[in-house]
Design a binder for this molecule. Structure first.
Ligand code: DOR
Length: 436
């Protein structure tokens, strides 16, 4: 039997209401005991001064595999996740080909087992080819292991299709994730619509393009009773609508991306059109950013997800209008959020851990979010006071496209344990790649 003993860390498990200095004993791939002064013949990790938490799950990642492996692939993407402190990720289906049938879900899962160093949960396409015309074989893909359905990157414009997806997946309790954007309002747009876009002469996306779709999707969730998850929420109006529906008891959840909490549209001007600031939904103005912070504090936002969107430099080293949308976010998410929301904000570590582990596990209906005896040993270990600087060159991801180069973080991933295997320690990958 494999044994791992994580000694003397501050075990923070909001699901079990645990916050105490304890040892965690892992036997094979399960947590076998959490207690004081445990001893066993085991590999020992000294966790004194560290936070020992249920495994973090990034529920919005673009792995680019299959089809665009020059941007990212299963090995590099999961290594980036491990380095970022994530024991699991959910990957979006906007690959080439689009993950829209059972065979492709199965192939992805096989590749994960062979090449992944963290758990990968496939999100399948909502429509065939993500064309927004016809539902894909959702039940079939669910059976094969898909955890949610989404045409992310290709917002669903057709209300009837969205209604069908919510209705159809209701009995499976499987979330529908729709990138909320009314495309008729964003044609040719490359940043948030406001004074900065006007000043720069760039076409803008109004906040209303997101809010109209959030309103539509919420109404369709109400109509169908289906489970709606709203990804990368970025506007004040969107969180207000979500809060209103939540307060009426509807099954809606949402996530926010770190860049929408940390940057405003002004950064596009300040960096002179740095295409690393180009992302969809776009970086918004201050009133929206402030509303997102308020929504996090009030518990309206359920999860933090990076929307990790790695791109090759050839996709970014072009004029702003032509650059690809996206930020490579797996390796900066936890450190920047810990600094901004815990050290400089009003969230507790337990609050942050809920947003990164318990809630994503619940939304995706996957095991995780707790360190109780008997659960799978997916564990994230954080150095709460560790300070450092974001350096894209050091990323395990192939995508170096970050607007956070040189930013300071405080509180950083120190260890990642997946099914009892230590895949990252002291911030460095160990080379382990077994996902059991
Ligand atoms: O910025 C983005 N990049 N937003 C999306 O919706 C898609 C993503 C990507 O796939 O690059």
């Amino acid at each position: 039997m494999r044994r791992l003993l994580i000694k003397g860390g501050r075990v923070l498990d909001p699901a079990e209401n645990v916050d105490a200095v304890l040892d965690v004993l892992v036997e094979d791939d399960r947590v076998s005991a959490v207690g004081v002064d445990l001893s066993a013949e085991a590999e020992v990790l000294d966790a004194s001064g560290l936070l020992v938490c249920p495994g973090f799950i990034d529920m919005h990642v673009h792995l680019r595999d299959p089809g665009e492996e020059y941007k990212e692939d299963m090995a590099s993407g999961t290594r980036a996740a491990a380095r970022g402190g994530f024991t699991a990720i959910a990957c979006m289906p906007n690959t080439q080909p689009v993950i829209d049938n059972r065979a492709l879900v199965e192939a992805l899962l096989r590749k994960t087992q062979n090449m992944g160093c963290v758990r990968v949960y496939p999100i399948c396409a909502l429509s065939k080819g993500q064309k927004g015309e016809e539902l894909a074989e959702l039940a079939d893909m669910r059976q094969a292991g898909a955890v949610a359905a989404s045409d992310d990157g290709h917002p669903v414009q057709n209300g009837q299709l969205m209604r069908l997806a919510l209705d159809y997946l209701r009995p499976f309790d499987m979330p529908v994730i729709n990138h909320a954007e009314d495309k008729s309002l964003t044609e040719g747009a490359v940043m948030h619509e406001g004074s900065v876009s006007t000043l720069l002469g760039l076409r803008g996306m109004p906040a209303e393009a997101e809010e109209l779709m959030v309103a539509r999707d919420l109404m369709l969730a109400r109509l169908t009773g289906g489970r709606l998850h709203i990804p990368h929420v970025s506007t004040k109006g969107a969180v207000e609508l979500i809060a209103a529906y939540k307060s009426q008891g509807f099954k809606v959840t949402c996530e926010v991306a770190p860049h929408h909490l940390l940057l405003t549209d002004k950064i596009v001007r300040e960096t002179w059109y740095d295409t690393n600031t180009k992302v969809n939904p776009p970086l918004r103005s201050l009133e929206h950013v402030e509303a997102l912070h308020q929504a996090i504090k009030e518990g309206v936002i359920d999860a933090i997800a990076s929307d990790h969107a790695p791109h090759h430099q050839d996709d970014k080293l072009v004029e702003y209008d032509y650059a690809a949308f996206g930020i490579s976010g797996l390796e900066t998410s936890v450190g920047l959020m810990a600094r901004r929301l815990v050290h400089e904000g009003s969230l507790s570590w337990a609050d942050l851990i809920r947003l990164y582990s318990l809630h994503p596990a619940r939304i995706l209906n996957v095991e995780g979010g707790s360190l109780a005896q008997g659960v799978r040993a997916d564990i994230t270990i954080i150095a709460p006071e560790l300070e450092g600087t974001v350096t894209a060159q050091a990323f395990a991801s192939k995508g170096r496209n970050t607007p956070f180069e040189g930013w300071k973080f405080k509180g950083a991933p120190w260890g990642t344990v997946v099914g009892g295997d230590v895949v990252m320690w002291e911030g460095r990958l160990t080379g382990g790649n077994k996902v059991t």
